[in-house]
Unconditional design. Structure first.
Length: 75
């Protein structure tokens, strides 16, 4: 995952919104676990769109996050 500044020379392919459960049975899940799962889902969606890089475009809100998708590697 890169920062917004690092993808300036990349081609933007679009964006994706991904979601996971933020809590289970009323217990809040660890933020690091939720974040890792969201990033993995975003990367999977990016591959389906021809992208190879994701950049978070929003904060995590109730287990949902928006990512921008870029193609940075030629080929």
């Amino acid at each position: 995952m890169l920062s917004a500044a690092e993808v300036q020379q990349c081609k933007k392919m679009g964006n994706t919104t991904v979601s996971v459960k933020g809590d289970i049975l009323g217990l809040k899940r660890q933020e690091s676990v939720v974040s890792a799962e969201l990033e993995r889902l975003a990367r999977n969606n990016a591959a389906g769109m021809g992208g190879d890089t994701v950049v978070p475009a929003s904060d995590i809100i109730q287990g949902t996050q928006l990512y921008n998708i870029y193609k940075c590697v030629p080929g």
